[in-house]
Design a protein around this ligand. Structure first.
Ligand code: 13P
Length: 251
């Protein structure tokens, strides 16, 4: 049985005080939530305080990116995965489509960052997903497969225990256009098939594959009912504690 994961990606929203306020508002709303893991990903500047204030709760904290480098050094502006662990985070989102689109992330950097994250014992939430033109010409599965193989290149069987995949079709992010549950299921199943072929059946059956792209309280249940959808990576609707709690407590 794969335990579902509902993660909130707060992107570049919320000043420190707002992030702490939202995290503290969420805490009692999910205090009795056992059916899924709950994760929030605030901006870097809020990570330490959010982690401190959530200590002992069932909400885990993720960073939204990390450096590809494993060793500390002269890399202005970068944050090493162990620094993220040091402030109390357990997860890192890697290769989000916004990072690929606006900041030049490639399958190669996603692979290096994933390895850096795993090197320090954190769990990587690896994002993959096609753009609209890929889907329109029937290339969605192919594009996603290339991203997946690129991200996971060189990982060991034990590494795979700390990998979560997030399938986020770029055309569904922030647009209000969710993939139809069946459409998402088809892609999730194809991702699991690629995992079976490359990592073996046991690993493929254990890896959680989250869906992301306009997940809301009114569509989460249908998505979660699909056999290969193991959770959600939520953007806009995770910014409000009440709304995010409705998504988390979808059951
Ligand atoms: P939205 O839920 O706002 O579409 O964002 C999805 C996303 O990018 C999560 O990482």
């Amino acid at each position: 049985m794969r335990k579902p994961v509902i993660a909130g990606n707060w992107k570049m929203y919320k000043l420190l005080g707002e992030a702490v306020e939202t995290a503290l508002a969420l805490k009692p709303l999910v205090a009795n939530t056992n059916h899924c893991e709950v994760i929030i990903a605030p901006v870097f500047t809020a990570l330490k305080m959010v982690c401190d204030r959530l200590e002992g709760s069932n909400i885990k904290v993720a960073a939204q990116d990390c450096a590809a480098e494993i060793k500390h050094g002269a890399f202005t502006g970068e944050v090493c995965a162990d620094m993220i662990k040091d402030v109390g985070c357990s997860h890192i989102i890697i290769g989000h489509s916004e990072r690929r689109e606006f900041y030049g992330e490639t399958d190669r950097t996603v692979n290096l960052k994933t390895k850096a994250c795993l090197h320090y014992g954190l769990t990587a939430i690896v994002c993959i997903g096609e753009m609209l033109p890929d889907r329109e010409v029937g290339n969605a599965e192919k594009v996603v497969k290339i991203q997946l193989l690129g991200a996971l290149d060189g990982l060991t069987v034990s590494d795979m225990e700390r990998i979560i995949i997030a399938y986020e079709p770029v055309w569904a992010i922030g647009t209000g256009k969710t993939a139809m549950p069946e459409q998402a299921q088809e892609m999730h199943s194809s991702i699991r098939q690629v995992l079976t072929e490359t990592q073996g059946k046991n690993i493929a059956e254990a890896v959680r594959i989250l869906y992301g792209g306009s997940v809301k309280p009114d569509n989460v249940k249908d998505l979660m009912n699909q056999p290969d959808i193991d959770g959600a990576l939520v953007g806009g609707a995770s910014l409000d504690a009440q709304i995010f709690a409705q998504i988390i407590n979808y059951k």
